[in-house]
Design a protein around this ligand. Structure first.
Ligand code: GDG
Length: 480
């Protein structure tokens, strides 16, 4: 069996039993353990002096290969082009896009430099799976170094509509670089459609017809590749176990004691402007404003651990949230009730799962999100006999699958307040029916299935000759 090589910006922190984090890290690590292989990427260290050295750590059949970044590389590749240009643009925030040509050069330079560290570690039949927007030029860099292996790419964030992508000056270089992979994976069909639309209308490329059961075949920039949607999942039964076990723990007992009989609305997000936190706080305020019966009857807990805290846009969203929660609490709080508990800190997975299980509403309203695993984790953690209700943004990738959630537009404050009111009052029979629909969906597409589908298509490409691409220059691509 071929070895699997995972390449991602950050390599999941390694503990005795493997990576400590959940979801993606666990799913990918399982695959690595089965086939044997390597996880390669940035260690998370920023070096102020000296030459970064590659570190190899073996865990059974898996090698973790990590390397630090020099300060300038961190600034240009990570803080700069990845997170100040691509992240906002791909989340449809053209207003926040910052562009500096030197940072783009740094982004390409670091991709080539990382690829250069991987090349000597590769064997001829290794299969390489690259993850996310930090590493778009990675396959191109490997190809330039003479690597002929199968290389796949999965984009965890949305792929924007062509008109939005055009706001990134080197958009053509980026899409050309994506075409150096053999297989591209997107979270949803709309993301795939946006990519194919760019190929046909902006790159004069060709996309074959597909009914969605097979990857689309694409020809552009003199290259042939395939692309499909592979919605990432979770392990719902494991999360349910974790939630049950955590329910007996101290944090949950404390929370229950302070809630008394009030209903609980829960949100958990990295503190990011794409997650729609300000609009969400305002919708909760609108609910209290319009429906006094909910005052002192409902508490909203927002856990928002810090992320990219050395970037201006993130400092800004933090200040705005602190101001909003302070203002709303000042307006409605009583001696024995704080309406919004906003907690800027990280908690253990088990605590989060247990809190999801205790809550009446999971409130997940990003302005844009590739998938949003929190939505899937919330549903997974519920008690099947007495489940809570998921209120979910139509712009989270998860809304394509979790259609039994209450789907909202995250900028429609009144619409979200309506949905919160409906969720808090929803009869048990309807809650159960919606839960059954969603949990079945999550079991049908768990994270192993996601990973296996992607790797099957990547490996299948090795056996087949790429299907002949039929020219359809005059026709719009039909991909969804
Ligand atoms: C990117 C895409 C896509 C959060 N707070 C804590 C904590 N978390 C965990 C959640 C969840 C994960 O972090 C966040 O995943 P999301 O999917 O919600 O969002 P991003 O971080 O933006 O992830 C996204 C994802 O990649 C996967 O493809 O779905 O669209 O943006 O698992 O539970 N975990 C712990 N403590 C916390 O305080 N332990």
């Amino acid at each position: 069996m071929s070895r699997l090589i995972i390449v991602s910006n950050r390599v999941a922190p390694i503990s005795e039993g493997g990576p400590a984090a959940g979801g993606l890290a666990v799913g990918v690590y399982d695959a690595l353990k089965e086939t044997g292989g390597m996880w390669f990427g940035w260690s998370g260290e920023v070096l102020s002096s000296g030459q970064p050295q590659i570190q190899l750590v073996e865990h059974g059949p898996v090698t973790f290969a990590t390397v630090g970044l020099a300060r300038r590389d961190y600034d240009q590749y990570y803080r700069g082009f990845s997170n100040a240009t691509l992240w906002p643009a791909f989340h449809y925030r053209a207003d926040l896009v910052h562009y500096d040509r030197h940072e783009f050069e740094g982004y390409r330079r670091v991709n080539a430099w990382l690829a250069g560290h991987l090349v000597p570690l590769l064997r001829d039949d290794d299969v390489i799976w690259v993850h996310d927007y930090h590493l778009i030029p990675f396959a191109e860099a490997l190809r330039e170094a003479g690597v002929k292996n199968r290389i796949g790419f999965f984009l965890h964030i949305p792929f924007p509509a062509a008109q939005v992508l055009l706001s990134v000056p080197p958009h053509r270089d980026l899409v050309k670089a994506l075409c150096a992979f053999d297989l591209l994976g997107f979270q949803t069909r709309p993301d795939l459609r946006a990519f194919c639309d760019y190929i046909v209308h902006e790159a004069a490329g060709q996309v074959d017809d597909t009914d969605g059961t097979q990857p689309a075949s694409i020809r552009a920039f003199g290259r042939s590749l395939r692309a499909a949607a592979y919605p990432i999942g979770v392990y719902p039964d494991e999360i349910a176990q974790l939630a049950k076990a955590g329910s007996r723990g101290k944090p949950v007992r404390t929370m229950k004691a302070t809630l008394h009989d009030r209903q609980l609305i829960m949100s958990v997000d990295r503190l990011d402007y794409s997650k729609g936190l300000v609009e969400r706080f305002r919708a909760f305020e609108r609910l209290l404003d319009r429906s006094p019966a909910f005052r002192n009857r409902v508490s909203f807990v927002q856990i928002a651990p810090p992320t990219r805290a050395d970037m201006h846009a993130y400092q800004d969203i933090r200040l705005r949230l602190e101001a909003e929660s302070g203002r709303i609490n000042g307006r409605f709080a009583e001696f024995d009730w704080t309406p919004i508990r906003y907690i800027h800190r990280q908690y253990e997975r088990q605590v989060l799962a247990a809190l999801f299980r205790q809550s009446h509403v999971g409130y997940v309203t990003p302005l844009r999100d590739g998938m949003n695993l929190v939505a899937k984790e919330y549903v997974s953690a519920q008690d099947p006999d007495d489940p809570g209700v998921l209120v979910l943004s139509q712009f989270a990738g998860a809304a394509q699958e979790l259609t039994a959630a209450l789907i909202v537009n995250p900028i429609d404050v009144d619409g979200m307040a309506d949905a919160l009111g409906e969720a808090l009052a929803m009869p048990l029979a309807e809650r159960r029916a919606r839960y059954r629909d969603m949990i079945a969906q999550l079991r049908d597409n768990n994270v192993s299935i996601w990973r296996d589908n992607f790797l099957r298509d990547l490996n299948r490409g090795a056996a087949d000759k790429p299907r002949a691409v039929r020219a359809r220059a005059a026709r719009k691509a039909v991909v969804a």
